[in-house]
Design a protein around this ligand. Sequence first.
Ligand SMILES: [Zn+2]
Length: 63
Amino acid sequence: MQIADTHIAEDVIERLAAGHKMKQGELESIAAHFLNCEHCQQRYEEWEEFVTVFRSVIVRIDY
Ligand SMILES: [Zn+2]
């Protein structure tokens, strides 16, 4: 089993957690990395939590 030396970039995880569209190839390599890397799973979960909180705050802001 080979795991890439580099972890998923912060901005990529951020985009993923925020629900942005990713390229198919990009998504596949990210998914493959997640399967082998608890560290990035953790980071993703933290981002997802942040995005959820962030969105709930945004909703309350009256523009
Ligand atoms: Zn990783």
